[in-house]
Design a protein around this ligand. Structure first.
Ligand code: NAG
Ligand code: NAG
Length: 809
């Protein structure tokens, strides 16, 4: 019996996989912005765990909770500290905590966990307080933060264990919290602390070893035709009860309660009468156990039925490495709770319980429903008036039969490598008068990924490194009005603008970036923030869905840079692309060059090995970028190679001529190289961040490349490591098969097996350093096939089936 159901679960997963894989693709962030020192940040010596944030636009501050400290930071510049208050554990508390077997310096401290607005001047704060959760009121007045010292019991409001996930929300004067209520962390509750406190039943059918991640409020009573109540939604993961698997399987859930719930009269006294939960579906395109929800953001719409929850998921088994983002509409969740079928437990064999769809009669008023017009018509105006039949039904059956499906049928984004941790979403009004939802997703290695969905096509505008060290982003907050994003980690908090249009120097770059925050301004000839223009304005352009650059002024032809050719020497011609999505194309005498034993195309340019007289002539480096099936070719740099005739080998002349020679110092040459690119690149000067990133790589590559051909394989390893930090994503839209090849090569980057990578990258393979998508010399184009699984891709490519990614099992 259970073997059968285990099989059916696995098969179900497999089926699901092959279906969702049908319309997914890989992609990479278009730009990678390395760490910038000039971002505004905050941290205090000796203080860690900056993980709780409360935005107070009204007071002009961000309240930041850390370990034993709370700060009020200037919302415009969080490096400006307006006030601080310290809340340390007492020695006595710490001693008690260590007696109970907890670590004095790690667990027996006070981690600030809840920070909520009460009124204009007052906040409610809770801390773990050495495994003895405590809450207090805090005021911010006259530039001072002050704890009232009221020290209320924090049990059920704040976790005991600082490592345990929790969630809380203030609605009016009521605190909703989801955490464990005991020292051991074994008694989870969803609690409302108010004049009429309510909680969940201690039953595993209600909550089974949950991990709470997020709560938010939806004002559903507004203009509601059914006279329905406002709701609090809760997202968490817990042990599945609906799967009959040989081991514990976790599932992601959404649950909700009604704001007006007062509990039952006899049954469910002081317990929720409206606690309903459903499984959240977010299927990954590879066989795996259900992914686990990690964070959620509610993108609110004036019409609440159009509000959308965006959720980040990570894998629960180490077999898979893919994180995902799925979006769920509030109305889809509402429909399942208000109209869906219930699950019910049935006893099978002796001790075993199985959850199946309930097909019997459902009592009226509907179990779990808020007090609405139907109930009121029956003379029931409070949950206390509900009949026992309704209450008993819901007490025993809080789980809905159907799972909540994502808005788009599947994930909006799937990404391998560093896991996704947190998400916020901004709704941006673009020049075309439409709103676009821009997602900012934090990662476990200190990056934020900025992505947007254009009519089904998932596009990652850029990935931005926020923290110098690869630390997980533990908090993300957004101020749409300020256009700022705030991130917290164990070591500090940082602030970044939602966009930096000045990163794009030319019209073409500005349009191809497809950033809804940015438009090309014809009057100032700058890439500028879009809010400065009205939608009817014709002084600015954007082309978000198409990336159409036809309205941009024709760029001036790129002037050729003179280069001197010394026979028998190796020659390095630098060329930097502006986009991770572009491929490089080198042309010489009307021929496209490929890496072989004469040419070596690497991320920073072209290396001509042991040049001869016949190599003199015009070399062109083009960037070839695919956008929505269209190809954009741009010449990045042109070199005129002239045969050397005269003394002074190795001198570089002021005109920028470079002679590459074995006798030259490798470092001397390579430091000069990136400068040369900038000078010659009149069409599209490199953005500084791109330069510093790539010049570092260039230096490495060239140094190694010049030493010997054998070292080429070593570079493969360097690149492999470098590329591990990169991202991939799936996108929902079908693209032309022409662009397929690009993604396949991008997929290659994530190959954990280093030895086979080296084999692949040997010079004799004719495609050195193909491991980088930036300048992919591996050309898989034109096979015209759609492959349904990553595995199929790999085995079909040039017989390189030995590449073997464990995540693709
Ligand atoms: C707090 O930060 C320190 C320093 O990184 C880290 O070791 C510890 O795990 C963090 N504690 C919690 C509860 O996150
Ligand atoms: C804010 O709330 C606190 C705590 O409930 C209360 O003592 C204070 O009077 C309130 N202040 C205002 C201005 O309403």
């Amino acid at each position: 019996m259970s073997l059968l159901s285990a099989l059916s679960l696995v098969c179900g997963l497999m089926l699901h996989v092959s279906f969702s894989a049908l319309n997914t693709h890989y992609c990479v962030p278009r730009k990678t912005v390395p760490y910038q020192n000039e971002l505004k940040s905050f941290s205090e010596e000796g203080i860690f765990n900056y993980s709780t944030m409360l935005m107070r636009d009204d007071l002009g501050v961000v309240l930041l909770g850390a370990r034993e400290a709370i700060y009020a930071l200037d919302i415009n510049n969080i490096s400006v500290r307006k006030a601080a208050v310290y809340w340390r554990v007492t020695e006595e508390k710490q001693r008690e905590c260590t007696y109970k077997g907890k670590h004095a310096e790690v667990e027996c401290r006070n981690y600030i966990r809840n920070l909520h607005r009460v009124n204009d001047t007052t906040m409610y704060v809770c801390g773990t307080n050495a495994f003895s959760p405590t809450c207090d009121y805090m005021t911010f007045a006259n530039g001072q933060l002050r704890l009232e010292g009221k020290q209320e019991e924090g049990k059920g409001k704040c976790p005991f264990d600082p490592f345990q996930r929790y969630s809380s929300l203030m609605v009016g004067n009521d605190l909703y919290s989801a955490t464990s209520i005991n020292f051991l962390g074994s008694e989870p509750v969803v609690l409302r602390s108010s004049d009429l406190a309510l909680r969940t039943e201690f039953k595993s059918s209600w909550l089974s070893e949950p991990n709470f991640v997020y709560m938010d409020f939806v004002g559903e009573s507004f203009d509601n035709p059914d006279g329905d109540d406002d709701k609090v939604y809760l997202f968490f993961s817990e042990n599945a009860m609906e799967y009959d698997f040989y081991r514990k399987v976790a599932v992601s859930r959404v649950a909700r309660v009604c704001k007006g719930d007062m509990g039952g009269q006899r049954t469910l006294q002081r317990k929720w009468t409206s606690f309903l939960k459903a499984r959240l579906d977010c299927s990954l395109p590879e066989p795996s156990l259900p992914p686990i929800v990690q964070d959620v953001f509610l993108l609110k719409h004036r019409d609440w039925t159009k509000s959308v929850f965006y959720a980040v998921f990570t894998p629960q088994s180490s077999l898979s490495q893919a994180s995902a983002v799925c979006a769920y509409s509030v109305s889809a969740i509402r429909d399942i709770f208000n109209e869906g079928k219930f699950k019910t437990p049935v006893a099978v064999e002796t001790s075993h319980v199985k959850w199946v769809m309930y097909t019997g009669e459902v009592p009226v008023p509907r179990p779990g429903a808020c007090i609405n017009s139907v109930a009121r018509k029956m003379g029931m105006n409070r949950s206390l008036d509900l009949p026992d039949k309704t209450l008993q039904f819901i007490r025993d059956r809080p789980l809905m039969d159907e799972a909540v499906r994502p808005l788009t049928g599947g994930p909006l984004l799937v990404k391998r490598g560093p896991l996704l941790t947190r998400i916020v979403v901004d709704s941006v009004l673009a020049l075309d008068g439409q709103r676009y939802d821009v997602m900012f997703i934090g990662t476990e290695n200190g990056y934020v990924q900025k992505a947007v969905n254009y009519a089904g096509e998932m596009f990652i505008i850029e990935e931005i490194q926020l923290f110098e060290n690869p630390v997980p982003i533990s908090t993300l907050r957004l101020s749409s009005s300020k256009g700022q994003l705030y991130a917290g980690s164990d070591f500090g908090a940082i602030q970044m603008p939602v966009s930096n249009c000045s990163r794009y120097d030319t019209c073409v770059d500005c349009i191809l970036a497809r950033d809804p925050y940015c438009a090309w301004d014809f009057t100032t000839e700058q890439c500028s923030p879009v809010y400065g223009f009205s939608s009817s304005s014709n002084t600015a352009i954007q082309s978000l869905k198409e990336g159409n650059v036809s309205q941009c002024p024709q760029p001036d032809p790129v002037a050729a840079v003179d280069f001197t050719l010394v026979p028998e020497n190796n020659i390095q011609l630098p060329c930097q692309l502006h986009s991770n999505l572009a491929q490089v194309r080198w042309r010489f005498a009307d021929q496209t060059l490929h890496s072989n034993n004469k040419y070596y195309i690497y991320s920073g340019g072209l290396l001509i090995l042991s040049a001869s007289e016949s190599d003199a002539g015009l070399y062109t480096c083009d960037s070839v970028e695919q956008i929505n099936g269209r190809t954009y070719n741009r010449t990045v740099v042109v070199y005129q190679l002239q045969l050397y005739s005269g003394p002074g080998v190795g001198d570089s002349t002021p005109s920028g001529n470079e002679v590459i020679d074995y006798s030259d110092s490798i470092y001397g040459q390579t430091t000069a190289a990136p400068e040369l690119v900038t000078k010659s690149d009149s069409e599209d000067p490199l953005s500084p961040e791109n330069q510093s990133d790539t010049s570092r790589v260039t230096r490495l590559e060239v140094a190694v490349g010049l030493l010997s051909l054998l070292c080429l394989s070593l570079m493969g390893v360097i690149f492999w490591i470098w590329s591990q930090g990169r991202w991939e994503c799936f996108k929902l839209a079908q693209r032309s098969s022409e662009s397929e090849g690009k993604r396949q090569s991008a997929e290659y980057m994530h190959i954990p097996n280093r030895t086979s990578e080296i084999k692949l990258l040997g010079p004799e393979s004719g495609r050195p350093c193909s491991a980088n998508n930036n300048h992919s010399t591996v050309d898989f184009k034109g096979n015209g096939e759609h492959h349904f699984t990553p595995m199929a891709n790999i085995s079909s490519l040039d017989g390189l089936g030995y590449i073997n990614d464990e995540s693709e099992i």
